[in-house]
Design a protein around this ligand. Structure first.
Ligand code: NAD
Length: 256
């Protein structure tokens, strides 16, 4: 699956799933812009990639702010001369709790980080992808969640935001196809080795809760950043040139 030399922005790549995606894509020869709102974490990931012989630069951006997202895209163009893909991975959730207890600030932040970020990266990255030589276009890979297709209690507003990511991605695929811009989603199931894991679990994740959740996944384990990175690798590659508007569950058959 060829992604050598592709210029790819990965948002929220300073930790968790995004870090795994950025490191894997760089190991496969992509030129990566590591983005995060947390400069220390993002810089650490970019340095680790370079230490392993990959090509990466960190650029701090809050993906909920238009001017900053434009700077992020401009930085990719300055560094690598083109932009081939954006992996919209940055995400946030309110803590697992009854839906009436989520306050307005939490609600707004969920939608800003998880949904408005798609709007802003679309506004800023589509013109760059349209300008790629020879109509080579580009691709968006949006990290949604199994929460968007099989919502469970306690995460209602987060679940809804991921449903919005999925529907928006399909609509983008339909509208941007004539520009040779592909748009796909990935729905990971729970990954306990991430910053958001404790919030999904309502504060703490004890062994009994892990075991209950694990038992609901037919393949008998949680997802890893590597599992998601492999799916991103495929969707970003030349071999996926006719794949657009799909959602890949990386969930061990949890959602069947
Ligand atoms: N962890 C899971 O179980 C799981 C399951 C399904 C989907 N997801 C999704 O995967 C994605 C990655 O989350 P994760 O689980 O690795 O969590 P994480 O907290 O480990 O990583 C998220 C990263 O996004 C960054 N970020 C947050 N707000 C930002 C902003 N405004 N601008 C730029 N960066 C920002 C954070 O600093 C952090 O480094 C999210 O979209 C999440 O919804 C996670």
């Amino acid at each position: 699956m060829n992604i050598a030399g592709k210029s790819i922005i990965v948002t929220g790549a300073g930790n968790g799933i995004g870090e795994g995606i950025a490191r894997h894509l760089a190991a496969q020869g992509a030129r990566v812009v590591v983005n995060d709102i947390d400069a220390e974490r993002g810089e650490r990931v970019a340095q680790a990639i370079r230490a392993e012989g990959g090509t990466a630069a960190f650029f701090r951006t809050d993906v909920t702010r238009r001017a900053e997202v434009q700077q992020l895209v401009d930085e990719a163009l300055l560094l690598y001369g083109r932009l081939d893909a954006v992996v919209n991975n940055a995400g946030w959730t309110h803590r697992n709790k009854p839906l009436l207890e989520v306050d307005e600030d939490e609600f707004d932040r969920v939608y800003a980080v998880n949904v408005k970020s798609l709007y802003l990266t679309t506004l800023c990255a589509v013109p760059a992808m349209r300008a790629n030589p020879g109509g080579s276009g580009g691709s968006f890979i949006n990290i949604a969640s199994t929460a968007g297709i099989r919502p469970r209690p306690g995460l209602t507003w987060y679940n809804g935001s991921k449903g919005a990511v999925i529907t928006t991605s399909k609509s983008m695929a339909a509208e941007l196809g004539p520009d040779n811009i592909r748009v796909n989603c990935i729905n990971p199931v729970f990954n306990p080795d991430t910053g958001l894991a404790a919030e999904f679990a309502g504060g703490t994740l004890d062994e009994a809760a892990r075991a209950r959740f694990r038992a609901s996944i037919p393949l008998g384990r949680f997802s890893t950043a590597r599992d998601v990175a492999h799916a991103v690798h495929y969707l970003a590659s030349d071999e996926a040139s006719f794949i657009s508007g799909v959602c890949i569950e990386v969930d061990g058959a949890r959602c069947v």
